[in-house]
Design a protein around this ligand. Sequence first.
Ligand code: FMN
Length: 192
Amino acid sequence: MTVTRTIGYIVGSISSTSINRRLARVLENLAPEGIELVEIPIKDLPFYSPDYDADFPQVARDFKQAIADVDGVIVITPEYSRSIPGVLKNALDWSTRPYGEMSFFGKPTAVIGTSGSGVATAAAQQHLRAILGHFNAVTMGQPEGFIQDRPGLFTEDGQVTDDSTAGFLVGYLEAFNGLIARVQHSAELVSA
Ligand SMILES: Cc1cc2nc3c(=O)[nH]c(=O)nc-3n(C[C@H](O)[C@H](O)[C@H](O)COP(=O)(O)O)c2cc1C
């Protein structure tokens, strides 16, 4: 397969049994022809403090470089206490530093998440969208990815057992690919 576009994804959970990581694997497996999904890991980032600004740690440099290296980023978030988990907020804070070097500025970005509840991470995603808006990320508005988990929906090896969910996720990836294409086309027109 010839890869024409690389999409990074961040999983906002460090749980060893994360259902959002299962969703990430499913998205990897469903990626349309020419699209490669790669993880942008966050679990080794220390808690951000301005004390790091003078000597930015390599792990944070790598994190920011990984965002720079991809065409777009999907943030796959659990919902904790009706918001995003602290580990994800910590990673997003790192992405804004050093001051003036926001990794998500102008970056095509999409949000999605799964939980067992009926709201299926909708509250967390609204908070996440507010943060990404502040970053001036170009965030996909539709389709919204509120995936209600149930036992057996996602297998550990990244298969989805329900055809309508699979169809939705393929459409979600295609829509995000289309958004990236439009952003890249606009950038080419501006620089021409
Ligand atoms: C501290 C904590 C807070 C939670 N708060 C919510 C919540 O507000 N809404 C929700 O739908 N699920 C909530 N849950 C349940 C999570 O959706 C569930 O644990 C899910 O598996 C987390 O995603 P993960 O498996 O990818 O880590 C919470 C779980 C924890 C541990």
